[in-house]
Design a protein around this ligand. Structure first.
Ligand SMILES: [Zn+2]
Length: 561
């Protein structure tokens, strides 16, 4: 309104001068103020456009922008990439500077809010024990208000202060961001850790001892997978591979007696293994066909990520390329020694007897750790041969088997002591009384296929040497080294042992029957390892596989993730 009045006034003055024939004296500043007055002090980028006049009442108007990048040719204000921009605008009337103005060019508020949200979330850890950093400012931008409301202020209050508590608690923060008259709200989840994870592991161990002592064990039951209050993840393996499947499903053994169960208690901040001895009755599922059917139903995965094993009794397919003693160098420690009873007692448990005559006590699982392409089993087979047959004395490094995603190569006989476990010549140790298996982790191989091939080999060796699940060890169990690296870092060791147990049952129980699978879907492709299938990309519909065993059929539903 004011601008119009001024314009009208100026027009009248101009007219008056023209009529009287006098030369007008132009008030440039007033024109400048008028023109600049049409522009607001705060402009939201992408929302505001201004048609900059080039002429005003016969005067030539020109504009100068200190940051011309933020205004396009059509007069549209462009969003500054990181921060608000201050634009200094100058207006010239007939070439004379007639005024300047500072305009705040605000970034789009939606972008602002999403960035503030991201910023706030980046300070709130998913899980932590202690104060939570609740940011109330966003860099040095003024006028932004960030407020928090905690769902459990007695655990972590609205300022992020932590109060001691026993159990892990989930907190939801309602966050409210106000800026330039608008408000944006969102939620952030946070687990506030109670007592330290390691203390929880100890509590769960004590709890499990009591639970197991009072438990009535029946076929098909599930073992505890978490603590009702302390949480955590518990996974199981039994010394007898038939007793626990899927790290949780329990079955009574064939014969009554005392059995060892192994539990893995897992928290993000702590990770421990425990052993428990339980007295178990004999199962009522004694008929081999009934047991085999039960196994197929329980052990066939209900969902598949990349690979699946349809168990049919197949054993490990081993290519023997044995390095004998007629070579330049003997890269091993001779025949495996006998282990005295006191060593067996301390390394295994009181009264444990060596179950074979080859003095094989351990299957020692390794990963090659060589993440180069092309390093399949054949490459390591060559390495072992080169060491033994080369001209110069090699390092004392050797192992029995190398596994990749399609084959298994054996270089030393099982009764030979190889150098792979890093525990020297200790009797009863990994070198002297173990069988070393290297699993390839080359990126052009499929880790999860090698993982299954490895489990199959381990099971074959357990069967061959009358061993059980308690004899399967990681390299790490003999020396402080992260090997097998991926299984340790991704906490897949018990998943691996579960596959070993299943292979063991497949090779001992299922091998007594003729078992075939009918797959009425193209979603599963065969893989060079018998019974192993790979999921084909592009299929999402769940599939049904029919297992045929001794003229009976079992229908198995499998989800494709
Ligand atoms: Zn190793």
């Amino acid at each position: 309104m004011k601008a119009i009045k001024i314009r009208y006034f100026l027009f009248m003055i101009g007219l008056a001068f023209c009529l009287t024939g006098c030369k007008p004296s132009v008030n440039y500043d007033e024109i400048g103020q008028t023109l600049l007055g049409d522009l607001p002090d705060l402009i939201f980028a992408n929302e505001f456009q201004y048609d900059f006049p080039e002429e005003y009442q016969g005067h030539k108007i020109t504009w100068e922008f200190a940051k011309s990048d933020y205004i396009d040719e059509s007069g549209k204000f462009i969003e500054p990439p990181f921060h608000d921009a201050t634009l200094k605008l100058s207006v010239f009337v007939d070439g004379e500077k007639a005024g300047t103005k500072n305009i705040t060019l605000s970034r789009n508020l939606t972008n602002y809010f999403s960035e503030i949200e991201k910023y706030v979330k980046s300070f709130i850890k998913d899980r932590a024990r202690g104060d939570v950093r609740l940011m109330t400012t966003y860099y040095d931008i003024e006028g932004i208000e960030i407020g928090y409301t905690s769902s459990k202020p007695e655990i972590v209050d609205n300022t992020g202060k932590y109060y001691n508590h026993e159990y892990d608690e989930e907190i939801i923060f309602d966050v409210s961001v106000s800026f330039r008259g608008k408000t944006h709200e969102f939620q952030v989840k946070h687990i506030s850790v109670g007592i330290p994870d390691m203390e929880k592991v100890v509590k769960i161990d004590e709890w499990l001892q009591e639970e197991l002592a009072n438990m009535t064990f029946v076929d098909g039951m599930e073992l505890p997978q978490t603590h009702p209050l302390y949480g955590g993840r518990i996974r199981w393996i039994a010394e007898d591979p038939f007793v626990v499947l899927n790290n949780k499903d329990f079955f009574l053994p064939m014969d009554e007696g005392t059995y060892m169960l192994m539990a893995e208690i897992n928290y993000p901040g702590a990770f421990e293994y425990f052993r428990y001895f339980v007295d178990l009755q004999a199962t009522e599922i004694k008929d081999p066909l009934e047991r085999a059917k039960c196994f197929i139903e329980v052990a066939t995965p209900k969902e598949i990520e990349e690979f699946i094993v349809l168990y049919n009794g197949e054993g490990a397919n081993i290519t023997r390329n044995i390095i004998g003693d007629d070579v330049n160098w003997q890269v091993h420690g001779g025949t495996k020694p006998e282990v005295p009873q006191n060593v067996l007692d301390s390394r295994m448990y009181e009264g444990y007897t060596m179950p074979n005559e080859d003095n094989v006590l351990w299957i020692v699982v390794h990963e090659t750790g060589m993440k180069l392409t092309g390093l399949f089993a054949e490459a390591f087979d060559k390495v072992q041969w080169d060491r033994a047959t080369g001209d110069t004395k090699p390092d004392s490094v050797s192992w029995h088997y190398t596994v990749d995603d399609h084959q298994i190569i054996q270089n030393y006989e099982d009764d030979i002591a190889c150098w792979h476990a890093g525990d020297g010549s200790a009797i009863g140790g990994g070198n002297k009384n173990g069988i070393g298996i290297e699993m390839c982790i080359n990126p052009d191989g499929k880790y999860d296929a090698s993982f299954r091939n490895d489990a199959r080999l381990v099971a074959s060796l357990l069967i061959r040497h009358n061993l059980n699940m308690a004899n399967v060890k990681r390299h790490r169990d003999f020396m402080s080294k992260d090997c097998p690296e991926t299984m340790i870092k991704e906490r897949r060791w018990f998943e691996f042992l579960d596959l070993v147990a299943k292979e063991y049952i497949s090779q001992t129980l299922l091998s007594q029957f003729e078992i075939t699978y009918e797959i009425n879907s193209e979603a599963l492709a065969t893989w060079p390892i018998a019974g192993v299938y790979q999921k084909v990309d592009g299929f999402t519909e769940d599939i049904t596989v029919i297992a045929k065993i001794a003229s009976e059929e079992l229908s198995l539903a499998i989800k494709l993730n």
